[in-house]
Design a protein around this ligand. Structure first.
Ligand code: GAL
Length: 665
């Protein structure tokens, strides 16, 4: 292996040598290196060129591609090609396709055409991955392997195939001691849904009306476990045949259809694919947010995911794909503001990315993604994204050359953690009598955003993370009633903030016997005796000025609430370092509430101008202006950027006092 990835961030790019004439490869590689690019991801969709006919492996071209890239000084992240099985595979395994909930096969002609439960396909993957790992596992240019590509992309986690049905029935038989046990745990007596045997269990779809939430959560967990097992087939081989190389998978944005923390246990690094403008127009942002951040992306969207994925593998994370210009797949695909391609790169670095890799080197002139930009245009000329990456590359290498900048890239310990639990999220999503506009994942993002508007850095962590370094742990409704996690909360020294619906569901997606917040009642004496959801236009106020919306709970407690809503329902309960916030506050109230809360816990806050975010590393404070107005920074210590930041610009300051003001006069 040529380099260690642990200390300094590197730029990278996704490259498809099989799309371009071989005589271009060396030049492409040379140009990448000259731009400051040091890693290149290849191979993840190349199966039809690696094995054009069943059993005949043609690796010679890939060997030449790897050698050519390596010779130019690039480190290679080699993708396993299992997201794109070749056409002949279907003749061999006609049943390998995923089936949608209406019973239609999700056929050949694009990608991800396989069912996670179909084990003969696992064997095919095992075969190709073994062959690749034997060929390249110890190649000095290979620094990492990416398994498959974006598990779940195009809604490909659930499959309603025969293989999935059998697998699900067997999974249920393993989870529950008997069919009676399952009937009891799921509450199947309700509507006479009781089964006599495991092989009677079907999928939780295509019933007359809503299916049992326990059944749905079980099927979600089964499907998630299949992803974990599918990934393990590959990681087991790669660990053995390619020692010392990182194992990585590229996750997606705003995607929670499987337990990413569980998959992470078999990887060494988490990575994800960031398309800030695509997410803005696709993923439920308001029209005002879309208009304000059309060309910069929402100020918390990338950062939230950077912090989420940083929490998956104990701090190690890469940005595998970064938007280079307009994309092709969102409802609208605006061009980024000039400078954003560089800006998003620095933002990822500030959040601790070890690799920032752009998708893709050159725009493809054909097929599905021909309207998706690259760093270069289809004719090979450098596009504006490519020019910005060159600037970033030069800046990064210059910064890294000076020893005094070592700490600039070292993460600083965050005081605040936000817990994110995929199973709990799904439990809440399956049955949420709380209006169309509430989503537990978005709620976590809103709480995150409120903290970030106050300049507070967060880690986003799983329930099994070490809590010992945090002053505050925030639970934003997505945690099920979980006794071992509750014990950890008791044992740590942090202030624990439970937000509404925390612990309101069991692992079988029912109501805990002691009522919400379930086992967490042992942290402080609060019991939810009523919960209600409210339309967006309803706002409930308190004399302290806080306004709640969407969701409110009525609490029975021996603790006196801090205040009451206008209709007499108590709000906010505290005992020692345990806090229960029994309503969703609207954005200004949440920021306000958190500001007071953080101040009382001696966590430094700073009211940032709209659209401005900061992130601290050990040796720098990074200031990012996503907002529509320019801002002024008061400090002596700027080493990247300048004191006036127009929209879409960033600055890095040496640690020390500073202030930021909007220039919107
Ligand atoms: C990602 C995917 C890439 C490419 C890209 C386009 O989701 O991993 O292969 O399709 O989107 O934006």
């Amino acid at each position: 292996m040529t380099e260690s990835f642990h200390s300094v961030p590197r730029l990278g790019v996704c490259y498809y040598p099989e799309h371009w004439p071989e005589e271009n490869w060396a030049n492409d590689a040379k140009q990448m290196f000259a731009m400051g690019i040091r890693t290149v991801r290849i191979g993840e969709f190349a199966w039809s060129r690696l094995e054009a006919t069943p059993g005949v492996l043609t690796f010679d071209w890939l060997t030449r591609a790897i050698d050519s890239l390596h010779t130019a000084g690039l480190s290679i992240i080699l993708g396993t090609p299992t997201a794109t099985p070749p056409r002949w595979m279907l003749d061999k395994h006609p049943d390998m396709l995923a089936i949608d909930e209406h019973g239609h096969a999700r056929g050949f002609g694009s990608r991800r055409h396989y069912c996670f439960s179909y084990q003969p396909y696992w064997a095919e993957c095992e075969r190709i991955v073994t062959a690749m790992a034997k060929a390249y596992g110890e190649h000095p240019g290979i620094v990492a392997w990416q398994t498959d590509n974006e598990y779940g992309c195009h809604d490909t986690i659930p499959s309603y195939s025969d293989a999935a049905l059998k697998g699900f029935q067997q999974w249920c038989a393993k989870q529950y001691s008997s069919i009676d046990d399952l009937n009891t745990e799921w509450g199947n007596v309700f509507w006479s849904m009781e089964y006599n045997a495991f092989d009677q269990i079907g999928f939780p779809v295509a019933a007359v009306t809503e299916t049992n939430p326990a059944h749905r959560l079980a099927f979600w967990r089964y499907s998630s476990d299949q992803v974990v097992a599918f990934n393990q087939v590959q990681t087991r081989i790669l660990k053995k045949l390619s020692p010392g190389r990182d194992l990585v998978h590229n996750y997606m944005g705003n995607f929670t259809q499987f337990d990413h923390h569980a998959v992470a246990k078999d990887l060494t690094v988490a990575s994800w694919d960031n398309y800030p403008l695509g997410f803005l127009t696709r993923d439920g942002y308001t029209e005002v947010e879309q208009a304000t951040y059309l060309r910069t992306g929402h100020p918390d969207s990338s950062a939230f995911h950077h912090d989420l994925y940083r929490g998956c593998n104990h701090g190690r994370w890469w940005l595998m794909e970064q938007q280079p210009g307009p994309v092709n797949w969102a409802p609208y695909n605006p061009a980024p503001l000039n400078g954003m391609v560089r800006f998003w790169g620095w933002e990822a670095i500030a959040h601790g990315a070890e690799v920032v890799s752009y998708f893709r080197w050159r725009q493809a002139p054909y097929a599905q993604e021909q309207m998706h930009t690259g760093l270069c245009r289809p004719d090979g000329t450098l596009d504006s994204g490519g020019l910005e990456v060159s600037v970033l590359g030069e800046e990064l290498l210059k910064l890294q050359a000076a020893k005094e900048n070592d700490t600039v890239f070292q993460p600083a310990q965050a005081s605040v953690a936000l817990v994110l639990d995929y199973v709990g999220l799904e439990a809440q999503r399956i049955q949420q009598p709380d209006g169309k506009t509430f989503d537990p994942f978005r709620f976590a993002q809103q709480v995150y955003s409120a903290c970030r508007q106050l300049g507070v850095d967060l880690d986003i962590i799983p329930t099994d993370a070490d809590l010992s370094n945090y002053k505050v742990v925030l639970l934003t409704s997505n945690t099920i009633s979980d006794a071992s996690f509750c014990e950890k909360l008791k044992a740590c020294s942090a202030h624990v903030v439970l937000m509404p619906r925390t612990g309101s569901k069991t692992s079988n997606n029912g109501i805990p016997s002691q009522l919400a917040p379930g086992v967490f009642q042992s942290l402080l004496p609060v019991k939810v005796i009523r919960s209600e959801s409210l339309p967006d236009f309803v706002q409930l106020s308190t004399p302290m000025g806080w306004v709640a919306q969407h969701w409110r709970e009525t609490i029975e407690s021996s603790i006196t609430p801090q205040t009451t809503f206008d209709d007499g329902v108590g709000f906010y309960y505290q005992q020692g370092r345990m806090h229960y916030v029994n309503a969703c506050l609207n954005e200004p109230s949440l920021v306000d509430w958190l500001e007071t809360f953080f101040k009382q816990r001696t966590i430094e806050t700073i009211r940032l101008p709209s659209g401005v975010r900061i992130k601290k590393t050990q040796g720098a404070t990074w200031v990012f202006n996503f907002g529509p107005d320019s801002i002024d920074i008061q400090t002596e210590n700027i080493f990247i950027g300048s004191s006036r930041l127009p929209p879409g610009e960033l600055a890095a300051l040496r640690p020390g006092h500073f202030s930021v003001q909007s220039n919107d006069l």
